[in-house]
Design a protein around this ligand. Structure first.
Ligand code: NAD
Length: 506
């Protein structure tokens, strides 16, 4: 069976495309000479092979990044010059959207049209940060000492390690890459072992943009040993991690060893709260976008719909009416509305949660199985579970699939209590036509991002991140620059008098 990625023939049965590591500006074989297959979720077949990075490869990449940070042209460039390179990378991405979107879609199963949309927006992140490059400044301090001139400046940290998951590989890498480079750091990226290809294609554009060797490095491979060695490396000064809580705990321990800075973008169990005064058609679209967009494989998935009792039946009816018409199918087809899950493990996880939900007493209102006409890929129907309360595991744990729990509430206080009844605190949706209520609830809901009468909106200007089991630190917006720089305070004594004897107290 043959598949084409813009002019390139990928004959899976014979000759899989092979990707090497990208270290110090060169494409190199992994030290262990081993490669592993990457699979197309729509067919379940291998379509390329990716280098299995070892601890030795990670060390080489970090050493290259460290050298580039201290001694390359990158180190002596002005912030404006660095900003120009970041801008150029954005332009090159804009010129290659179709190709990159197809790689993402083939590798992670997300809809080609969703990936096109996401990638068309990606250059904006590079342009935004490029514009900030020469505006990263400190302050002159009105210091309370005579004859002292004291100021702060912001400096890059050094080598950044970026670890990314499989669900939106290039978008989630960009949230780290663009601000890290803008701030003058160098970077080693370890993408998910499930979806490395699109990043390796993007790195070709990094080369083309003219970044000096060693500034951007990619070591593909698994959490163990590649991710683990990278996050434990003593020359890494900052780790930006996006993924699950279990891996994050290892990363926290690793960075603690070297006191490297850390930001964690983890999962969620985000509520979409629909009040009785909401525009219900809009709210239903918001719920569907929140949980069935990307087949639910989104950290901000609105996996709990909290519905006011007065409009409960109406919303359920509208939801089922629309999701029963969702066209599930090949993500490369423009008319597909929902694609497969990215891995067989993810499909198994969703199936296990559905069995668990039934065992826990949840009632399936829609879906709950693989679609009959799509048994080859890793597809699953949009699924709705009804619950009277939030005590079950299905309503508390992140599933990362197209499974929505619906729970009724009677008043604002109960809605807030239900929304906050989770260890996660990443995102929340509020649907109401009452402005005062929107503000009140937005303030009370525990989440790093709150959307009112919208869901899953993103922008380079808007920070994202959470607390609790959802991690810490923020990506996006000007704030991200602070995550990739540190402040230096400089004291200059302007006095012409000699230094006083330190043992004579003033
Ligand atoms: P994962 O934790 O299994 O893997 C994430 C990355 O960590 C991969 O690159 C993996 O190789 C690496 N890794 C695994 N073990 C490691 C270790 N010991 N040391 C260092 N690196 C290690 O997560 P996943 O299954 O790829 O992604 C799904 C998770 O990501 C979900 O929980 C989801 O909510 C979360 N996520 C969060 C955001 C966000 O912005 N908050 C965005 C997307 C996904």
């Amino acid at each position: 069976m043959e598949q084409t990625v813009k002019g390139m023939s990928l004959d899976r049965s014979t000759d899989l495309k092979k990707y090497n590591l990208y270290i110090n500006g060169e494409w190199v074989e992994p030290a262990g000479h081993e490669y592993f297959p990457s699979y197309n979720p729509a067919t379940g077949e291998a379509w390329c092979e990716v280098a299995k990075g070892t601890a030795e490869d990670v060390d080489k990449a970090v050493q290259a990044a460290h050298h580039a940070f201290l001694h390359s042209d990158w180190a002596s460039m002005t912030f404006t010059e660095r900003g120009r390179l970041v801008y150029r990378l954005g332009e090159l991405i804009a010129e290659n959207i179709e190709e990159l979107a197809r790689y993402e879609s083939i590798d992670n199963g997300k809809l080609i049209r969703e990936m096109r949309g996401q990638l068309r927006y990606l250059p904006e992140f590079f342009y935004y940060y490029a514009g900030l490059a020469d505006k990263i400044h400190g302050h002159t301090l009105p210091i309370d000492k005579q004859d002292m001139f004291t100021f702060t400046s912001r400096e890059p940290l050094g080598v950044v390690a970026a670890i990314t998951p499989w669900n939106s590989p290039l978008y989630l890498t960009t949230l780290k890459l663009a601000p890290a480079l803008t701030a003058g750091n160098t970077i080693v990226i370890k993408p998910s072992e499930m979806t490395s290809a699109s990043l390796l294609e993007l790195v070709k554009l990094v080369e083309k943009a003219g970044f000096p060797p060693g500034v951007v490095n990619v070591v593909t491979g698994f959490g163990m040993p590649a991710g683990n060695t990278l996050t434990a490396h003593p020359l890494v000064r900052k780790v930006a991690f996006t993924g699950g809580a279990e891996s994050a705990r290892h990363v926290v321990r690793n960075t603690a060893e070297n006191f490297a800075q850390l930001s964690l973008e983890l999962g969620g169990k985000s509520p979409n709260i629909i009040f009785e005064d909401a525009d219900l058609d809009n709210a239903v679209m918001g719920i569907i976008a929140g949980i069935f967009g990307a087949s639910g494989q989104s950290c901000v998935a609105g996996s709990r719909a909290l519905l006011h009792a007065d409009i409960y039946d109406q919303v359920i009816e509208k939801l089922i009416d629309r999701i029963s018409r969702i066209r599930i199918g090949d993500p490369l087809h423009d008319d597909s509305e929902m694609g497969p899950l990215a891995t067989p493990a993810q499909l198994k996880r969703v199936e296990e949660f559905v069995s668990l939900g039934l065992a826990e007493g949840g009632k399936i209102l829609y879906g709950g199985k693989r679609p009959e006409h799509l048994q080859n890929g890793w597809y699953f129907e949009p699924t709705i579970f009804e619950y009277a309360d939030q005590t079950s595991r299905l309503t508390q744990e992140e599933i990362f699939g197209p499974v929505l729990s619906v729970i009724p509430f009677r008043d604002e206080a109960e809605a807030i209590a239900l929304a906050n009844d989770t260890e996660y605190a990443l995102a929340a949706g509020i649907w109401t036509s009452n402005v005062a209520k929107a503000h009140r609830v937005a303030k009370e809901v525990r989440a790093g991002i709150v959307w009112v009468n919208t869901y899953r909106s993103i922008s380079p200007m808007a920070p994202i991140g959470g607390s609790g089991l959802s991690g810490y630190g923020r990506e996006g917006g000007c704030e991200a620059i602070y995550e990739y720089t540190q402040s230096k305070t400089v004291w200059i004594n302007l006095s012409q008098e000699s230094m006083p004897d330190p043992f004579i107290m003033r």
